[in-house]
Ligand binder design. Structure first.
Ligand SMILES: [Zn+2]
Length: 133
C-alpha cells in the first residue's frame, strides 16, 4: 500500500478511528492503522472500498474477524463495515461511551472492546477539547 492511499484513507476518515471514533491526534505516540476491513487472509483487496482507518486497539481486537455472536440470542452478526454501514445508524456516543444501537453495533462494541476505561477517557477528554471547555 502506497503513501498516497494511506493519505486518502486518513483524510476520508477525517483522522478518526472509523470504528470507535477516537481522533488520531488523541494518541500521538500510537499511530493509527490503515486496515483491511475484510482481512487479506480472507481476500486480497487493497482497494479503497476495503480500507479503513482504525486505532491500534480496534485494529488489534478486530483482527481478521468479520462477525461475532450476540450472546442474548446466540446468533452470528456481521461486524460494522465502515465502507458499507453508516456509523450513526449503529452507534451513538454517550459521554465517551460508544453505545451499540443495533445487534451489529453491540457486537462490534463488545468485540473491539470500545469501552475500555482508557478509551472512554480519551473520547471524553477529546470531546471537551473540541467544545473548547
Ligand atoms: Zn478505534
Amino acid at each position: 500500500m502506497d503513501a498516497t492511499t494511506r493519505t486518502i484513507v486518513r483524510e476520508r476518515a477525517e483522522w478518526r478511528c472509523e470504528y470507535c471514533g477516537i481522533p488520531e491526534a488523541a494518541t500521538p505516540f500510537v499511530p493509527f492503522h490503515v486496515e483491511h476491513v475484510i482481512a487479506q487472509q480472507h481476500r486480497v483487496d487493497d482497494s479503497l472500498d476495503n480500507l479503513a482507518l482504525a486505532c491500534d486497539r480496534c485494529n488489534a481486537f478486530k483482527g481478521p474477524n468479520l462477525s461475532s455472536v450476540v450472546s442474548v440470542s446466540n446468533t452470528v452478526v456481521h461486524l460494522f463495515h465502515p465502507r458499507i454501514d453508516v456509523w450513526a445508524e449503529h452507534f451513538e456516543l454517550d459521554e465517551g461511551i460508544v453505545v451499540g444501537l443495533t445487534p451489529k453495533g453491540r457486537a462490534t462494541v463488545r468485540l473491539l472492546c470500545m469501552n475500555a476505561p482508557r478509551r472512554v477517557q480519551l473520547r471524553e477528554e477529546w470531546a471537551k477539547e473540541d467544545s473548547g471547555c
